[in-house]
Design a protein around this ligand. Structure first.
Ligand SMILES: [Ca+2]
Ligand SMILES: [Ca+2]
Ligand SMILES: [Ca+2]
Length: 840
């Protein structure tokens, strides 16, 4: 993507370049810019889907890192994810006067404000305007907040009106308790906290107050000066939520209109700052005949060097240069410039590193074995750690105890859930609201960084595991699983292939749903927000005791089996026949796979499959919209059913659907079409050929689109899953049509996954192979700034209008650092497919 500069901006930049310290300029992408500093004003409004995602409002990208966000009128001292966020009602960019104005509104309180940001030399002036005074109920609560990234500020100094202090490494500031009646409404009226019967909520008290704050004077890259005639207070958002940021805030005055508040914010710019080149390469290393191309990401003000070199680490620990070659400019892509360095001619087994200018990379290996173990951390650790309703042990460590012993209650009709679920006007079951649905606390997988059972993704997981078993027959046995003991132990072989046990574990929950509820639940999820955001041992999310409303909250029954604490999980049971049909397909396939290993479960799965299929088809026949919507997913099911039964009507279903799907969406349908090649005749393979040629053109077009040659997602959830799907399709296309798809293309996905990508060069996959995998992920251990081995991060998150990022010192942004159960089993499929293609 090439950016064109208008004449006005060009002149402004030239003028700015001549003076010693350039001023902030409002550029063509509608943000304020000087070398080292970008100030964004609602390029990213608060519309991410999960409320306050900590990446919206007024933001600062400071020397390449987005360290400030959340600039907005907010209704609390340290807003949490589920505090209300303002809706942006307007955004006007006045380029001539270097000014951006946004309208903000809280519908619930009928409260409007306008925030104006204007360039004033090296600073921006932020003003808040009100046409009507702050509503009485929000007086003293509404304020202007700006949030600073803790991991970039902790341990650094600050001056509040000249008085020195230090940002705390851990949340230890003072708090006060206030009556619940004074709490400003949270998302959908839910509460983020359990008040333990006190009737009070907790609020952080300021670390410091003053009229001028100088943040991080000890670090020029992070130094920001903020001054105002209003009183400024600095808070630590981590007091209420581990993902909170440092918050600088001024309360809006009550009873006033017009310009009610002005701040001057001046982020320091290091004179002549140029971002250090990011040399992207595969941390996993390379097999000898693999193309080896580093992609170097460069500041546009940087001068591209003519050459780079490769060094080999010798057996005595010394290193020597073994290769030098030209660096070729690829061009611009969003904010940065890219160049490539090809060192493919190195093929000798060994340990190497790259040198580009002053940048020396971490080391990598060239050897035929580098990809041998890319899936084991995911299959041996990540997946079993996500097994629900089991205690999971590893050597001396307990990952989690047995969760949700009290089971699941029927969600009451009309529930509008906080995690994007709902219970319709009826239960669609034989159960009354809040009645215990027996037998659901068995099997299943935690969805992601949270602990619910998303039925749709659990179905995908089992399908992915079945694919792994049927296509690759991995007999790997490193995990002990006992459903009787509800006990899992990592690294303890028990004589049964792990994949079969993982399939069984997924099926146990899904069959129980079909048997107990009568159809598939949408989700088995938390009933209260204050245990949804749980971090740590899953066994402690609920108290394990049945909820009895006759007891007082926190009170236990005499027999110790129930409590008055309403913490039990709920089953959301509104019927979706599309989901039932997906389950039917999966259960049919599972019954085939489990027939020898667990014949009892296989028989139950088949029985439910046939029933769900019949009922689902009947329900769908009455509803044309769902029928159309599910047509696409059924292509794969028809193929599955044909493969296992060889009945011709499934083949007919498949061929009737696959060609129109290839016409509609060739990029998505091709992999399913390729899956059929081994089972169908030469005519099918020949008819598919033009679509594979079309896919080759798409692959080549990606090489022009971006310097990495993989599809790069620009959505609010980064595109790691898109890259593994792309990689799987490319490998399958290469295996069946090597004359069309060259082998060189199969290496693009692994290069990206293992370190050749923008922002930094860490591998996206936790703990696997690389010298420098990413270190922090949004797993359920994120409060420890840690990872669960084998997790593949979504990775590179795009923020409008031109910024890519992936924090590796701050795990809490799910869109870049979470891992999902469906995504990580997708990674396993890619890994096995890739290793198969590698050896062809
Ligand atoms: Ca979830
Ligand atoms: Ca096993
Ligand atoms: Ca309970």
């Amino acid at each position: 993507m090439k950016r064109l500069l208008t004449f006005a901006t060009l002149v402004a930049l030239l003028v700015a370049c001549r003076s010693e310290a350039p001023d902030l300029v409002l550029n063509d992408l509608d943000y304020f810019e000087r070398q080292g500093v970008n100030v964004l004003v609602y390029s990213n409004p608060f519309t991410g889907g999960f409320n306050d995602e900590k990446d919206s409002g007024i933001e600062v990208v400071h020397h390449g890192v987005r360290t400030v966000q959340g600039g907005a009128v907010r209704l609390s001292v340290t807003p949490e994810q589920w505090d209300l966020v303002p809706k942006m009602t307007s955004r006007e960019v006045d380029r001539e006067n270097g000014r951006i104005e946004v309208g903000l509104r809280y519908d619930w309180y009928d409260f409007d404000s306008r925030v104006v940001v204007e360039a004033k030399g090296k600073a921006v002036e932020i003003s808040v305007f009100l046409d009507k005074p702050v509503p009485d109920v929000l007086a003293g609560e509404a304020g202007f907040n700006l949030e600073f990234l803790p991991s970039q500020y902790w341990n650094k100094a600050y001056l509040a009106d000249g008085k020195p202090d230090r940002f705390p490494r851990y949340a230890v500031s003072d708090t006060k308790a206030r009556p619940n009646g004074e709490k400003v409404r949270q998302f959908k009226g839910y509460r983020t906290y359990d008040d333990r019967g006190t009737g009070q909520f907790v609020e952080a008290l300021p670390l410091s107050t003053g009229h001028e704050f100088l943040l991080a004077p000890d670090d020029p890259a992070r130094m920001v000066k903020v001054s105002s005639e209003s009183e400024l207070s600095l808070f630590d958002g981590r007091m209420l939520a581990q993902n909170g940021w440092f918050v600088l805030r001024s309360v809006l005055p009550a009873g006033q209109t017009g310009k009610v508040l002005t701040w001057t914010v001046e982020p320091n710019a290091i004179p002549g700052w140029i971002r250090e080149p990011n040399v992207g390469f595969s941390q996993m290393g390379y097999v000898p005949d693999q193309p080896k191309v580093a992609v170097i990401e460069l500041d546009r003000n940087d001068k591209v060097k003519g050459s780079a070199s490769v060094w080999k680490v010798d057996a005595d620990g010394s290193s020597r240069q073994v290769f030098s070659g030209p660096v070729k400019v690829w061009g611009d892509y969003f904010k940065y410039r890219y160049a490539k360095f090809d060192f493919s001619e190195l093929t000798d087994s060994g340990v190497y590193f790259l040198q580009y200018g002053d940048v020396r990379t971490g080391n990598f290996i060239i050897d035929p074995s580098v990809y041998d173990k890319i899936t084991v951390a995911t299959s041996d650790v990540w997946i079993p750690v996500h097994m629900n309703h089991m205690a999971v042990h590893e050597a001396y460590r307990l990952w989690h105890g047995e969760p949700f012993k009290e089971g699941y209650l029927q969600a009451p009709p009309g529930t509008d859930h906080f995690d994007l679920h709902w219970q319709g006007p009826t239960t669609d079951t034989r159960f009354k609201a809040l009645e215990l649905i027996p037998g659901l606390n068995v099997g299943g997988y935690f969805d992601a960084g949270d602990f619910d059972i998303e039925t749709g993704s659990n179905i995908s997981v089992v399908m992915n595991l079945i694919t792994l078993w049927e296509q690759f027959r991995s007999e790997r046995d490193e995990t002990f699983v006992s459903e009787e003991q509800r006990y899992v132990e990592l690294h303890r072989p028990d004589g049964t292939p792990d994949i079969l046990q993982y399939i069984e574990h997924g099926v146990l929950n899904l069959v129980a749903q079909a048997e107990q509820i009568g159809h598939m639940a949408q989700t088995l999820s938390n009933s209260v927000l204050d245990n949804y955001h749980h971090l740590g041992d899953a066994a402690g999310i609920t108290d394990g005791l049945h909820y009895d409303p006759r007891l007082k909250p926190y009170q236990k029954s005499a027999d110790g089996k129930s409590s008055g604490t309403p913490d039990d999980m709920w089953a959301f049971t509104s019927r979706n026949p599309g989901l039932d049909l997906q389950a039917a397909t999966m259960l049919a396939a599972a019954s085939r796979v489990l027939a020898d290993y667990d014949p009892g479960l296989a028989a139950r799965a088949l029985k439910q499959s046939i029933r769900l299929q019949e009922e689902g088809m009947k329900l769908m026949a009455a509803d044309t919209t769902t029928r159309r919507r599910n047509q696409f997913g059924n292509i794969s099911s028809s193929l599955q059913l044909y493969v296992s039964t060889k009945e011709p009507h499934y083949l007919e279903q498949f061929t009737n659907a696959v060609w129109p799907a290839l016409e509609r969406a060739p990029m998505y349908a091709l992999n399913t079409a390729l899956d059929a090649v081994p089972y169908l005749d030469d005519a099918y393979k020949e008819k598919l050929r033009p679509y594979v040629e079309q896919y080759r053109d798409y692959i080549l077009q990606l090489e022009d689109e971006n310097p990495y040659g993989v599809p790069i997602g620009l959505g609010n959830w980064a595109g790691g899953g898109q890259v593994t799907s792309f990689g799987t399709t490319v490998c399958n296309a290469y295996r069946h049509y090597p004359d069309i798809i060259g082998k060189e293309h199969i290496y693009k996905a692994p290069s990206w996954l293992f370190g050749c990508h923008p922002y930094h060069n860490y591998s996206w996959v936790a703990a696997v192979g690389a010298a420098r995998p990413k270190q922090v992920f949004y797993g359920n251990n994120r409060a420890d700034f840690s990872f669960i081995p084998g997790n593949m991060a979504p990775g590179l998150l795009f923020r409008q209008p031109d910024h890519f990022e992936n924090y590796d010192d701050w795990p809490f942004l799910w869109g870049q650092n979470e891992g999902t159960i469906a995504g990580n089993t997708g990674y396993l499929i890619w890994g096995e497919t890739f290793r198969g293609a590698l050896n062809e």
